[in-house]
Design a protein around this ligand. Structure first.
Ligand code: ATP
Length: 319
């Protein structure tokens, strides 16, 4: 293996830059030539490929977003699109690819690997919805952004004795809502993996109000439904003034936390090691603070699960 390319794909996540930096520097440390591919798979098909040196990744470890930009590409899902991508890789003499993204991006990695082109995946998404790793790059930063918002909303919720529903991202996964709910002391946490009886939510709010609680916070994962619909229903049932805040894209931006930077650096370096060992179609991850790697085919088969102990605890602490 002599030349390695790196790209970011799907939704961006804070810490992707730290991962790009680690991939490029670890490669150069091992005398490999490194190439950055811009705009994900779309840019790969169109040949947006540039050689990277040590300086190309300087001053980015602290920056959110991705210097390689990201894109979603339906063309790449076709046979023709994938052939175009392989032609570009051949043109530049690239023999291996590191793909930083979510499960969609890993399907792309798997498609190229199946065509004989070695790819390694690094989990980069704020959603924390990838199997085979305890954490994805960007999750910790997004979580901290949410906590900052909850603490601020709490001040105004107390002043006005209101119920606040805070809708957070996560696609079909509830991790952001669960962790933020636990860390932010929410009364109820609504996530797609668990069905919560609407009466329970209402009763908990009423009980809290009766014992003199000045405010209530409900964390809602976007995968459950619209915060505004829940807000209307809750206000109607409880007769308590209810407000809704949809945090939206603020959760995707910002400087990555130290935890995300360290995770990104470790995973980036590990991806290069695996390519040098001749591995392909593998995702790197972290479990119990140890680096791990699994075949992407295995990762994509399993359903994403929620931490049962944490979910139970969130209920016990919000009585
Ligand atoms: P996030 O979870 O943050 O949204 P993601 O990687 O899951 O990230 P997607 O939009 O699902 O984001 O996928 C990114 C890109 O990967 C797609 O736009 C497409 O180019 C490629 N891709 C997705 N599925 C496939 C597939 N089955 N075969 C080939 N390529 C795919």
């Amino acid at each position: 293996m002599k030349r390695i390319g790196v790209l970011t794909s799907g939704g961006d996540a804070p810490g992707m830059n730290a991962a790009i930096r680690a991939v490029v520097r670890k490669g150069i440390y091992n005398n490999l030539e490194m190439y950055g591919i811009k705009y994900g798979f779309q840019g790969l098909m169109q040949g947006h490929i540039e050689k990277m040196d040590i300086g190309s990744v300087g001053d980015i470890i602290q920056r959110g977003g991705t210097i390689l930009f990201s894109a979603r590409s339906d063309d790449f899902k076709t046979e023709e699109g994938q052939q175009k991508a392989i032609e570009q890789l051949k043109k530049y003499g690239i023999d291996g690819l590191v793909i930083i993204g979510g499960d969609g991006s890993f399907r792309g990695a798997q498609a190229l690997t199946a065509k004989g082109f070695p790819c390694i995946g690094i989990p980069g998404t704020i959603d924390n919805d990838i199997n085979g790793t305890d954490f994805t790059i960007g999750f910790d930063t997004a979580l901290n952004t949410i906590i900052e918002a909850i603490d601020k909303i709490r001040d105004t919720a107390t002043s006005h004795e209101r119920t606040y529903i805070i809708e957070v991202m996560g696609r079909d996964a509830g991790d952001l809502a669960l962790w933020a709910g636990l860390a932010g002391g929410a009364e109820s946490i609504l996530i797609p993996e668990k069905k919560e009886d609407f009466d329970n939510i209402v009763n908990r709010l009423k009980r809290g109000h009766e014992r003199g609680k000045k405010h209530s916070i409900i964390l809602l994962a976007e995968g459950v439904g619209s915060g505004f619909d829940y807000g209307d229903r809750i206000q109607e049932e409880t007769k308590l003034e209810t407000r809704v805040t949809v945090l939206g894209y603020i959760q995707r931006g910002g400087s990555p936390t130290a935890t995300d930077r360290v995770l990104a650096s470790r995973l980036g370096a590990k991806a290069i090691e695996l390519l040098m060992e001749g591995k392909a179609g593998i995702m790197v991850g972290i479990e119990h603070n140890q680096l791990v790697s699994y075949p992407i085919s295995e990762i994509l088969q399993k359903e994403s699960t929620v931490n049962e102990e944490m979910y139970r605890l969130s209920k016990e602490l919000s009585i």
